[in-house]
Design a protein around this ligand. Structure first.
Ligand code: SF4
Length: 215
């Protein structure tokens, strides 16, 4: 239970409702393993998952390991991913992070936050998505959907994604934290939309402070 705007919010109940609605929340970025997940999440900055999936289909057909990515090279990567935003910087970072993974981590994606965030192009949000989705670690990445949901549900009041991430990780039990990002992203994308939340079709409407205050 957490105290939200003077009301006790039952987190276990809230998450069990979300889970009954989305029993197997999965990241919508296509990937094959930890490395391709890291690449896909890095490419998704300021780009839709759909647009990333279109380019990674071609990219992973040519290179799905750090050494294959280095061999493919920055120019060819640019050519393959040029339909997504910031593709020049992303191609450069992709080669640099692949070199780092080989030189410093024996070709394997590191499973610690402080190591992942030293890789070129990898910030806290990307690192936390990879740690939760690929390594089952209780980190909560905060994108625009999670940020909005956290505020509407009264789970956080931080002004930045990193502040909200810290707040969520401090109140959400570890066994729920692994799936929190995916559940809130999917709930935010399809139900609790930015402009007009679909409260009438929402499985947590009777628990949500944002909705209860409107009634
Ligand atoms: S009740 Fe409305 S505001 Fe609250 S989580 Fe559901 S859709 Fe979002």
């Amino acid at each position: 239970m957490v105290l939200v705007r003077g009301v006790l919010l039952n987190l276990e109940l809230l998450f069990s409702r979300l889970l009954s609605n989305i029993p197997n929340p999965e990241i919508e970025l296509e990937h094959l393993d930890e490395y391709t997940l890291l690449v896909a999440v890095m490419l998704s900055a300021k780009t839709t998952d759909k647009a990333v999936n279109l380019v990674t289909a071609g990219l992973f057909a040519r290179a799905k390991t750090p050494s294959e990515m280095i061999s493919l090279g920055e120019d060819k990567i640019k050519e393959i991913i040029k339909s997504i935003g910031l593709y020049r910087t992303k191609a450069k970072n992709l080669v640099a992070l692949s070199k780092n993974i080989i030189d410093r981590y024996d070709g394997k994606v590191p499973d610690r936050l402080e190591r992942l965030t030293t890789l070129p192009g990898i910030g806290f949000k990307t690192a936390k998505v990879v740690l939760a989705c690929a390594f089952n670690k209780p980190y909560i990445a905060v994108d625009t959907h999670v940020f909005r949901l956290a505020h509407r549900l009264g789970l956080a009041d931080g002004r930045t994604p990193d502040a909200v991430s810290d707040q969520l990780e401090s109140i959400i039990p570890k066994h729920l934290a692994v799936k929190t990002n995916l559940l809130l992203v999917l709930h935010g994308r399809y139900v609790c939309k930015a402009k007009v939340p679909n409260c009438n079709k929402c499985c947590i409407s009777d628990l949500c402070p944002h909705n209860l205050q409107r009634l």
